[in-house]
Design a protein around this ligand. Structure first.
Ligand code: AQP
Length: 337
């Protein structure tokens, strides 16, 4: 008998245009994992509205993220690809799980602290959604009984919280949820900001020179890499004292499967200009075919619609069973038929 495949859930927020951080930290690894696992890949639009989005931008980006999933190589025949807001079980389960999560836990999350600081510095109000974000993420994962959640390093704290919430629910009632594990890629787990290389690269950064977008044209990629912050040491070394150079080496490792030693050796007697040039070309080569395919998919809206419709139906079917189980254990009366 064929062994049941383990389950993966992962998603990306359409909260901005996707960066090579999202690509190397998440997407590129999903493509590798799809052979071995039963995968649910979601465009997490409900997460994106924890900060204010322009409706037309959100609509455009949601479809673009879906097109990027396909263009990067996620196969819609083998995986369940869907848009989070099309599957209402996520919101319902998130409410239930909110009642098993403590405010203290949520306010200790690094992402919440960083983002709420950023918004209060700019005088913007902080929504309760920003605080509750990890509970919705826990619902996303637990509704599919995911075994593995491939994420970049920035999300490990949220996975830990998901595990705590699941264990708490299981202990109060009886085993209900699989306790998921985070899956951090060997390379590309944390691509850093090109202007402040001690900070994570983020799609919502206000400075376009701080990130490379998956859809950036080649000349923009070259210019951004050329202008990225390095140091005055002048040697291509994989060192914490040279965070800008280290970041570029990490990008090369994630793109080409090379090692830090090989990169150091190759550029031993060469300057930063040559090194940057090669990094930029490696990024351009990787992204060009993806960009072409994205454009093709975006011109075929009916095809995209077919995929997200089929994906939402399957996701709803699977997640609804888990939601019903949660409701029953909590003590809700099942609706009369
Ligand atoms: N810089 C990064 N390096 C490696 N992985 C990254 N990820 C994000 N940035 C990097 C991974 O991409 C996946 C999707 O992330 P997300 O869109 O759900 O949210 P995020 O982690 O908050 O990403 P951003 O780009 O920083 O978005 P904003 O600016 O909207 O908050 C996750 O697996 C994440 O780890």
């Amino acid at each position: 008998m064929e062994e049941k495949k383990k389950i993966i859930f992962s998603g990306i927020q359409p909260s901005g245009n996707l960066t090579i951080g999202n690509y190397l930290g998440a997407l590129k690894n999903w493509v590798k994992l799809q052979d071995k696992y039963d995968c649910y890949f979601c465009v997490v639009d409900l997460h994106a509205i924890t900060v204010r989005q322009q409706p037309k931008d959100l609509r455009r980006r949601t479809l673009e993220v879906l097109a990027i999933y396909l263009a990067a190589g996620i196969d819609p025949e083998r995986n369940t690809i869907f848009i989070q807001s099309h599957v209402p079980t996520h919101c319902e389960a998130a409410w239930l799980l909110n009642c098993f999560t403590y405010v203290g836990e949520l306010s200790r999350m690094t992402q919440y602290k960083n983002k709420s600081q950023k918004y209060s510095d700019s005088g913007d109000p902080i929504s309760a959604g920003l605080l509750n974000y990890p509970v919705l993420m826990a619902a996303d994962i637990l509704l599919y009984n995911a075994d593995l959640v491939p994420v970049g390093k920035d999300q490990t704290q949220h996975i830990e919280l998901t595990r705590d919430i699941a264990q708490r629910f299981n202990n109060i009632y009886s085993p209900t949820f699989t306790i998921p594990e985070g899956y951090i890629p060997e390379s590309g787990a944390k691509v850093m900001d090109l202007q402040e290389p001690t900070k994570k690269m983020s799609k919502s950064s206000g400075n376009p020179n701080s990130f490379i977008l998956i859809m950036d044209p080649p000349e923009v990629i070259r210019r951004k890499i050329n202008r990225c912050v390095t140091d005055s040491i002048g040697k291509v070394k994989y060192s914490d004292d040279q965070p800008g150079i280290k970041n570029l080496i990490n990008i090369l490792i994630a793109l080409q499967g090379t090692t830090a030693e090989e990169v150091e050796k190759k550029y031993e007697n060469l300057g930063y200009a040559e090194f940057k040039n090669d990094v930029a070309e490696a990024i351009v080569q990787e992204l060009k075919p993806i960009q072409d395919k994205v454009k093709h998919y975006l011109e075929n809206k009916y095809y995209l619609e077919e995929i997200y419709k089929k994906g939402a139906e399957k996701a709803h079917y699977v997640s609804n069973k888990v939601l019903r189980k949660m409701q029953k254990k909590i003590g809700f009366i099942p609706p009369a038929r």
